[in-house]
Design a protein around this ligand. Structure first.
Ligand SMILES: Cc1cc2nc3c(=O)[nH]c(=O)nc-3n(C[C@H](O)[C@H](O)[C@H](O)COP(=O)(O)O)c2cc1C
Ligand code: SF4
Ligand code: SF4
Length: 278
């Protein structure tokens, strides 16, 4: 197979913009190779796979949330067309706490749809819950060195796609955490974290109905009820609404969040860094 006959697609969900930044670097490295990929921002949710015919390579990005990929990314994978000669290069961005099982989860779900993972990356990023912190976890990342690793991912995957039978990554490469840590990560979930953290709704008395939160929400989780914004079950707790509400109508204790995340990061065995698997 030559890479020029492969259709490329770069898809991502990126509430705070870092995963998008990595996706853009991938696109920038594909273009000089004569590849003009289909780009899908999963926050739009009106994607079409009409262009994904014949051999395909999907570059799929998600931030790590509570050691996993986002539910919207899972839904995207389960809606992918099944077929032969479908390859994938999943990538995640993570905020120096733990990348958990986000990559093996993506590879497994892609495999269930018949997409073989030929490369993958976990890219260190500033922690998007710590926008108020002066020194957030992952500060300054992804930096030039992280993004240089992303270019190695692109090179490695394109090289593989030149072969008649591109070799998928061995399953073992995804077991980079200890078995114990991996098991703990599988047990965690965004739903459990949401239950633990409790309701996320604006304080109506502070809200002036400007609609900024509705526009900011990357997963259309805020509806209007009785002319007031109401956060629905779709919420992924990215807190873009909290950050951008001009009236600070969403309760937020940034210091407590930072204290908790630093404790988790200190207990994590995973060294903060970017790693590429090809
Ligand atoms: C609700 C939430 C949960 C997160 N969970 C984790 C996590 O389990 N491990 C981690 O290292 N970073 C975690 N992060 C940080 C993000 O993975 C990281 O900042 C990522 O780059 C954000 O991507 P984005 O800028 O594309 O939204 C979390 C961030 C949020 C908002
Ligand atoms: S951004 Fe804040 S003030 Fe504006 S509608 Fe949303 S909660 Fe209300
Ligand atoms: S409602 Fe707020 S916290 Fe929930 S997904 Fe939307 S922007 Fe993120």
């Amino acid at each position: 197979m030559t890479e020029s006959v492969v259709t490329h697609c770069v898809a991502y969900l990126s509430p705070a913009g870092t995963t998008k930044q990595v996706a853009e670097v991938i696109v920038r490295h594909l273009k000089p190779q004569g590849i003009d990929p289909l780009i899908i921002d999963l926050s739009a949710e009106d994607y079409s796979f009409a262009q994904l015919e014949g051999p395909c390579c999907l570059w799929l990005g998600s931030p790590v949330y509570v050691d996993h990929i986002l539910p919207q990314v899972c839904r995207f994978i389960s809606s992918l067309p099944q077929g032969q000669s479908h390859y994938a290069a999943p990538f995640v961005t993570w905020g120096a706490v733990c990348s958990g099982v986000a990559l093996p989860e993506m590879a497994q779900q892609l495999a269930q749809q018949g997409w073989q993972t030929v490369g993958a990356a976990k890219v260190l990023a500033v922690h998007s819950s710590l926008w108020q912190s002066r020194h957030p976890l992952g500060a300054g990342h992804p930096d030039a060195a992280d993004l240089a690793q992303v270019s190695l991912l692109v090179e490695g995957v394109l090289q593989k796609l030149k072969s008649a039978l591109p070799q998928p990554l061995a399953e073992e490469v995804f077991h980079y955490l200890s078995a114990e840590q991996e098991q703990l990560s599988w047990q965690k979930s965004l739903d459990k974290a949401k239950t633990m953290l409790g309701e996320h709704q604006p304080v109506v008395a502070r809200c002036d109905g400007c609609g900024a939160c509705v526009t900011a929400c990357p997963v259309a989780a805020i509806d209007w009820r009785d002319n007031e914004p109401y956060v629905t079950e779709r919420c992924i707790r990215c807190h873009q609404c909290t950050r951008l509400c001009p009236q600070q109508a969403f309760a937020w204790d940034g210091a407590a969040v930072e204290e908790r995340l630093r404790r988790f990061a200190a207990a994590s065995e995973e060294a903060p860094g970017t790693e590429v698997f090809v």
